[in-house]
Each structure stands twice: as structure tokens, then as C-alpha cells.
Design a protein around this ligand. Structure first.
Ligand SMILES: C[S@@+](CC[C@H](N)C(=O)[O-])C[C@H]1O[C@@H](n2cnc3c(N)ncnc32)[C@H](O)[C@@H]1O
Length: 212
């Protein structure tokens, strides 16, 4: 685990500030990224929506080198880091996407935006997914309770105090919130808790069979 983190920092973030390196390193060890990588295809086009500093894109480069990568990130500071990354197309708006995408990954973005806008965002993203595409949400949810409270504390520190993460609020929602929303768009939804061995209540949804 640490060897991949070290490799990522020294290969893709070598010229960044210590705070960026630290942030990326911490995220690389607190999220089970390999379990997300296991669900993505080997070829085609992948969009990482709300990709932050591009950490998951680095995992894609290492473990899925044939993928064509697109990243979208609204935070200007994070985007400045991303723009230095080779072999990743950075877009500002979904409307810049010309052809349907084979795999869309949305990692820890929904919790950072108000739940009222979730349905609209999901509908908009699925529009850009190919009919046989894979849609992946990695989120932190509100169970187990002990991890929920730990996470609230952690996010309050990072989002509110250090301003590391941009977002309107912290919304750790139940699995059923995502399940019911996704069932309007996908025939097959695989949901799994991937928090074993982690302090954060990580949950993974892998969706296929786009409905419309
Ligand atoms: C917790 S970070 C996760 C970053 C990255 N996906 C990861 O898992 O490491 C949440 C990211 O969502 C981005 N974000 C917030 N609102 C967004 C929106 N409406 N659309 C796209 N990204 C958004 C933030 O700028 C931030 O980089």
C-alpha cells in the first residue's frame, strides 16, 4: 500500500508543495483505491468527475495504462496541479465531452454537495455514459456509526478549517439514498461496504445496464 503511495508522490507530484504531497499521500492511504480500480475496465475512456488532485487518475495510469483519462475538477488550486499531469485531458464542463464515456467514477463528491442536487447531477452524468458503460460511485456513508462520527470530525477539520476540500456541506447519507437514486438509471447495481480495515465508512456502487 505504502509503496504505491510513495511511487505516486515521487512520480506524479514531485514538484508540488509539501501540503499537496501530504494531502495526496493521506488520501492514498485512507481510501481503498485498489478496490475501485478492480471494477474499472482496462480500455476505453474513463471520466473521473470531481477528481481533486487526480489521485485516482494516477492509480488508473499505473494499473490500467491503456485507458484514456479525463478529469473534471472545479477547484482552481487542484486543477492547477492536475494540469501538469501528462496523459490526462482536463475539462471544465461536461459539455466538452464529444463521445459517450465507457466508465465514469465519482469518488467522494456527492457528500460534498447538497443532496438536493444529487439527482440532477446523476442524471446529467449518466447522459454522458455509453449504453454499456460502467458507473461507479465511491462514497462515505452514515454507517457504521462510530466511523460516521470519526468522519464528521475529520471532514470538519479538512473542509471547514483548512479549506482543503471545496464543497457546500458534509452530507454522509444512508446507502439507500444512493441505491434508490441509482435504480432510476441502472438495471444492475452492486453495492458493497469497502471499509474493512479503514476508519472511514467507505462504500462502493458499481452500476451497469443503463436504462435510458
Ligand atoms: C473529497 S474531494 C474528492 C476528490 C477525489 N475525487 C478523491 O476521491 O480523492 C471532493 C471533490 O469534489 C469536488 N467538487 C465539489 N463540488 C463539485 C461539483 N459540483 N462537481 C464536481 N466536483 C465537485 C471538490 O472540488 C473536491 O475536489
Amino acid at each position: 500500500m505504502f509503496s504505491t503511495s510513495r511511487h505516486i508522490i515521487s512520480t506524479y507530484y514531485q514538484d508540488e508543495s509539501w501540503s499537496v504531497k501530504l494531502h495526496v499521500f493521506i488520501r492514498s492511504v485512507i481510501v481503498p483505491w485498489r478496490m475501485v480500480v478492480d471494477e474499472i475496465p482496462s480500455t476505453g475512456v474513463l471520466l473521473d468527475y470531481g477528481c481533486g488532485h487526480g489521485l485516482f487518475l494516477c492509480y488508473c495510469k499505473i494499473f490500467r495504462p491503456d485507458l484514456i483519462l479525463i478529469g473534471l475538477e472545479p477547484d482552481a488550486r487542484k486543477k492547477a496541479v492536475l494540469q501538469k499531469m501528462k496523459d490526462v485531458r482536463i475539462i471544465d464542463n461536461l459539455s466538452e465531452i464529444e463521445n459517450r464515456i465507457d466508465c465514469i467514477v465519482v469518488s467522494d463528491v456527492f457528500y460534498a454537495i447538497t443532496p438536493d442536487s444529487h439527482k440532477l447531477l446523476l442524471a446529467s452524468l449518466t447522459n454522458y455514459l455509453s449504453n454499456d458503460g460502467i458507473f461507479i460511485i465511491k462514497e462515505i456513508v452514515n454507517r457504521p456509526r462510530i466511523k460516521y462520527w470519526f468522519n464528521i470530525l475529520h471532514e470538519m477539520l479538512t473542509m471547514k478549517m483548512f479549506g482543503v476540500t471545496e464543497g457546500d456541506s458534509i452530507n454522509l447519507l444512508p446507502v439507500r439514498h444512493y441505491g434508490s437514486m441509482l435504480s432510476n438509471h441502472f438495471a444492475v447495481i452492486k453495492g458493497s461496504a469497502i471499509d474493512g480495515g479503514y476508519l472511514w465508512p467507505h462504500y462502493l456502487f458499481v452500476c451497469k445496464g443503463k436504462l435510458h
